[in-house]
Design a protein around this ligand. Structure first.
Ligand code: ARG
Length: 457
């Protein structure tokens, strides 16, 4: 007999049972479900809807169920549909008819979103910790590479030299924004929906405030219809997760490129690389590729959830049961990727000499020459043109700008003087970019201080 079987004359079709049951995946919420039920039972006792003995029996029963599930001693019943009804059924089997009083003033509609919010609160906090761990590694590596110079790129063409610390701290900023977005998302997750009932609350004198306090919610939902039909927080979380994945994916793309023989800027540790079954010489950046690949599934869940929700009338609709697998997989994927990415980065070897050599090629100092002329009073657009033809000339004769004589330089502009040679070295190019947010070692030292302060907060 179903918990809702009263108005039915037939049993559920076997196919339907399999099709609509969510216990195979929502059993993951058993801790939250029981925690929520204990708080609910205590509140029912406090307002007199349960006697103290009844309340005690229910709470003890719920705790024993939790212990048995923890120990793997419970087989769930697919006929009981979901984790909510499975727990209730187990409770009544264990403590008898008093178990049937637990669902007083409550619906699975407010219960399921309560469970999901409790689950997400915990997971957001553990993802925040993982992000912080990654940021610490970034700060550690950056601290060792304040003076390591490599070419910066635009369009994947060498552009201007930067420091490795500066490059890595760019990712620090991305993950810092992700962290802030998680905090912001948490604000809206941290709302108690219980008390909304099926959609219109209850006539019974429940005490929502007490439940909110007991479960550590900052506030309670302001509208019962909204409370049971809102999955904005799921969409919001998956969108933050998508951004984290996007940042990881871009980082992975760079590690993949940098580990190629063509770049040879880094070497990934053997423990974080894999070989080929056919080509004995290969060492592949599979972990980085897989993180890049897994980004796709998180984006997919975002689009999936937006689409599930887009045509739903108020309030709860069964479509919303689709939220869980998407959310769980997004959480698992982000956590799994962060857990493996951080030690992979921490063990990566950075090949300073190759980076430096690469920075010497490709006319990475061309803008600096133009800015030299600007300091001598030449309008920037004119200086740009002068250096453009200078580069063209160098390409023709196979020389770098610093290999030209002053005389040669002066044939392009009479503003060139002996001091031009002071600003041609790559070190001078980097050191000269000493503005807040810039790549010069001094600016990076300040950026590192800022980063450490953020991590200490
Ligand atoms: N298993 C359902 C879900 O995950 C729980 C809520 C069901 N409510 C209902 N009235 N059928 O969304």
């Amino acid at each position: 007999m179903k918990l809702w079987g009263g108005r039915f004359t037939k049993t559920t079709d076997r196919l339907v049972e399999d099709f609509h049951s969510s216990i195979s995946f929502d059993q993951r919420l058993y801790k939250q479900d029981i925690e929520g039920s204990i708080a609910h039972a205590r509140m029912l006792t406090a307002v007199g809807l349960l006697t103290p003995e009844e309340g005690e029996k229910i709470v003890e029963g719920l705790k024993s169920i939790r212990k048995d599930i923890d120990a793997g001693q419970v087989t769930f019943d697919i006929g009981a549909e979901d984790i909510h009804m499975n727990v209730e059924k187990l409770l009544t089997e264990r403590i008898g008819d008093v178990g049937k009083k637990l669902h007083t003033g409550r619906s699975r509609n407010d219960q399921v979103t309560l469970d999901l919010r409790l689950y997400l609160k915990d997971e957001i906090n553990s993802i925040k910790d993982l992000l912080t761990g990654l940021q610490r590694v970034l700060v550690d590596i950056a601290s060792e590479h304040i003076d390591t110079i490599l070419p910066g790129y635009t369009h994947l063409q060498k552009a201007q030299p930067v420091t490795l610390a500066h490059h890595l701290l760019a990712y620090f900023e991305m993950f810092y924004r992700d962290y802030q977005r998680l905090n912001d998302c948490l604000e809206r997750v941290n709302i108690l929906p219980l008390g909304a009932g099926a959609l219109a609350g209850t006539t019974l004198p429940i005490d929502r405030k007490k439940v909110a306090g007991e479960l550590g919610f900052k506030d309670m939902s302001a509208n019962s219809l909204d409370a049971v039909s809102d999955r904005d927080y799921v969409v919001e979380f998956i969108s933050v997760a998508s951004l984290i994945m996007m940042h990881l994916s871009r980082f992975c793309e760079e590690l993949i490129l940098w580990s190629s023989e063509e770049f040879s800027f880094i070497e990934l540790d053997d423990a974080y690389s894999t070989g080929s079954s056919m080509m004995p010489q290969k060492k592949n950046p599979d972990v980085a590729e897989l993180v890049r690949g897994k980004t796709g599934r998180v984006y997919g869940h975002l689009m999936g959830m937006l689409t599930v929700m887009k045509g739903l009338p108020l309030a709860y609709n069964k479509d919303m049961q689709e939220d869980k697998e998407a959310l769980f997989d997004a959480v698992d994927t982000v956590k799994g990727c962060l857990m493996v990415f951080t030690p992979m980065l921490a063990t990566t070897k950075f090949k300073k000499d190759n980076m430096r050599k690469a920075a010497d090629q490709g006319f990475a100092n061309a803008t600096d020459v133009a800015e030299y002329l600007v300091r001598k009073g030449v309008p920037f657009r004119e200086a740009h043109a002068v250096v453009g033809s200078l580069v063209l000339h160098c390409l023709k004769i196979g020389k770098t700008i610093s290999q030209l004589t002053l005389k040669e330089l002066q044939s392009f502009s009479t503003f060139f003087e002996e001091d031009i040679f002071d600003c041609l070295s790559i070190e001078a190019c980097v050191n000269g970019r000493n503005l807040p947010g810039g790549p010069a070692p001094d600016a990076v030292r300040q950026a590192l201080e800022r980063a450490k302060k953020i991590l200490d907060m």
